[in-house]
Design a protein around this ligand. Sequence first.
Ligand SMILES: NC(=O)C1=CN([C@@H]2O[C@H](COP(=O)(O)OP(=O)(O)OC[C@H]3O[C@@H](n4cnc5c(N)ncnc54)[C@H](OP(=O)(O)O)[C@@H]3O)[C@@H](O)[C@H]2O)C=CC1
Ligand SMILES: O=C(O)C1=N[C@H](C(=O)O)C[C@H](O)C1
Length: 245
Amino acid sequence: MNILITGITGRMGRAVLEAVEANPASTVGGTHNVGEDIAAAMQPCDAVIDFSFHGFTTELLAEAVRQNKPVVIGTTGHTDEERAAIAEAAKSIPVVFAANFSVGVNTLFWLSRQASRILKDGYDVEIIEMHHHHKLDAPSGTARRLAEVICEEMDMDYKQNVVHGREGLVGVRPKKEIGMHSMRGGDVVGDHTAIFATDGERIELTHKASSRMSFASGSVRAALWLADKPAGLYDMEDVLGFSKD
Ligand SMILES: NC(=O)C1=CN([C@@H]2O[C@H](COP(=O)(O)OP(=O)(O)OC[C@H]3O[C@@H](n4cnc5c(N)ncnc54)[C@H](OP(=O)(O)O)[C@@H]3O)[C@@H](O)[C@H]2O)C=CC1
Ligand SMILES: O=C(O)C1=N[C@H](C(=O)O)C[C@H](O)C1
């Protein structure tokens, strides 16, 4: 598979280049960066892997729809409108949209889903994430997805029940609440913890990434998986064949 890599000068773009070259089933069909012609870059390629900037996603997908090319979106921090544009494009082309491509984090999603079902009554949930000081968006896409998974299982709603940090006289913690806490510093690749706490005990599920190659090789795996897929919106759990039941 000939792959177009967007955001090529970035931390992830460089890691994806290495992962595409390392995989015998993929080759670099082209690269793209800010200001370059996306239509021309996409032309010789079979699929796109995007780790760039959320504001670029709509333009990228419009071109992929025109050229009928599958897309892997790893970029995070999208607005509601940009998320709607992703869902709309996925009606015409196959799209994998995942906040995290590592097997470990997708296992964390699975474990958190199971824990949420068992601990649904009486456990308070808090999410903590830490990333390098360059990161632009907060909370991380992974932390957001973690909260969405837990909300689905604990009858909560991301917009209504997730609070981002706390300050001042916040009062007694409501039961239906997920506290979200984002830390930034140094060169941390990406740490995520889901805490389930009740009187007398707590469970902490933690994933720590120490290299971007787990994200990069996962995104190549997703692109190859898309080759024979019909139009639709998929995530990395679909690629890995994890059950959401
Ligand atoms: N899903 C996952 O598994 C992971 C997702 N990510 C996400 O990937 C994204 C990129 O992360 P990272 O590589 O660290 O970021 P970087 O800032 O290192 O790289 C971003 C890249 O995108 C380019 N870019 C910036 N703005 C635009 C634009 N408007 N149009 C086209 N290209 C643009 C940059 O170009 P220039 O250098 O010229 O500004 C650069 O090449 C983030 O959203 C991050 O959260 C990161 C890791 C894993
Ligand atoms: O920006 C990053 O670096 C990362 N972003 C992703 C996110 O927002 O969840 C995934 C990973 O944690 C690294």
